[in-house]
Ligand binder design. Structure first.
Ligand code: ADP
Ligand code: MG
Length: 312
């Protein structure tokens, strides 16, 4: 059985020894929120799903979390039950018209400790309007500045393009996370994304760092394992040990408008995102990580991943 094999060889799904991720205590760094942009110009790779579920898990660990919808499709809002057409003001008003302040557009979500700065289709016009602005790359950074001290972590869900909106996200962020689906060709576009990241580091944001590459849509096929092997070859330690399996649970949660931790709190995919939250905190705030202990849901350390793979 997968579980016993895994436990005996100690290797995680990425083929590397699986470290133990301790349970995070309170944040140890003071000051403004850590800002993480979730970025990949390919659509359908799990950016929005990861923003919602990583955010919800970070909130479970006591972090104050702001999700920023930076895609005019507004899927992030819908995914947490806040529908774009019901909104009077969005991030567009904060960045472009000045008709609302950041605090005025931020909404609480059903997850305690997790708020949303919503977007809607208006945002698609922002790109053109920003082109002629002074400091056009810093527009999102300016919009977030007044609320940055209210949160521990801010996650920016980027649109699937490398245009000016994404440049704004990468300029506002300290960290970029790349969700990458375990499919052939998924690595093709990443060179272009890495190029963009390098340019941002040179021109608008020297502090930007790659937080990690998150393999998503993983299944147990030879094909997916092969792709995962190539991703590890290309990115080494930057690849998260946590791998998100392909499961119908995520489309279901999108329809329900809640994170997986609410929809199916003890399910394997919920545990995978909890592990990802611990892994992310181990990278952004290592001093906050306490001793290794059982998950809040009582599962064993080796259990989640093995079971997640088995349940697929
Ligand atoms: P992106 O934001 O990169 O475009 P999404 O997070 O919106 O990607 O995911 C695209 C679609 O795939 C959505 O319908 C979502 O529910 C589904 N999805 C996301 N993650 C998974 C997964 N691990 N397994 C199966 N389906 C997934
Ligand atoms: Mg999306």
């Amino acid at each position: 059985m997968a579980a016993s094999r895994k436990a005996s060889d100690g290797l995680g799904p990425t083929g590397r020894p699986l470290p133990e991720f301790g349970v995070p205590g309170p944040r140890t760094t003071s000051g403004p929120a850590d800002i993480i942009a979730l970025c990949n110009q390919k659509g359908g790779v799990g950016k929005t799903t990861t923003t919602i579920n990583l955010g919800a898990c970070l909130a479970e660990y006591g972090r104050r979390v702001l999700l920023v919808d930076f895609d005019p499709q507004g899927a992030l809002g819908a995914g947490v039950g806040i529908h774009p057409h019901t909104l009077e003001h969005t991030i567009y008003d904060v960045m472009i018209t000045g008709d609302a302040t950041a605090r005025e557009v931020i909404r609480p979500t059903a997850v305690p400790g997790m708020d949303l700065m919503p977007a809607n289709i208006d945002l698609s016009g922002a790109e053109l309007l920003l082109v002629s602005e002074v400091g056009r790359e810093q527009s999102l950074m300016r919009a977030l500045r007044p609320v940055r001290n209210d949160y521990d972590v801010i996650l920016i869900d980027c649109q699937p393009s490398l245009g000016l909106l994404t440049v704004n996200a990468l300029t506002a962020a300290q960290w970029v996370m790349i969700p990458l689906e375990c499919e052939y060709f998924s690595l093709r576009g990443v060179a272009l994304l890495q190029d963009t990241i390098r340019k941002i580091q040179e021109r608008t944001n020297p502090d930007l760092e790659l937080l990690g590459v998150l393999p998503t849509m993983f299944d147990r096929t030879v094909h997916a394992r092969d792709v995962l092997g190539r991703v590890v070859e290309a990115f080494g330690d930057k690849v998260f040990h946590t791998v998100i399996s392909r499961t119908v649970k995520f489309p279901e949660t999108s329809v329900a408008g809640v994170p997986i931790t609410v929809y199916a709190p003890t399910s394997a995919p919920a545990r995978a995102y909890r592990q990802l939250a611990r892994e992310v905190l181990a990278r952004v705030d290592p001093a906050s990580i306490g001793p290794v202990a059982a998950d809040p849901d009582g599962s064993e350390r080796d259990g989640p991943d093995a079971e997640q793979l088995a349940l697929g």
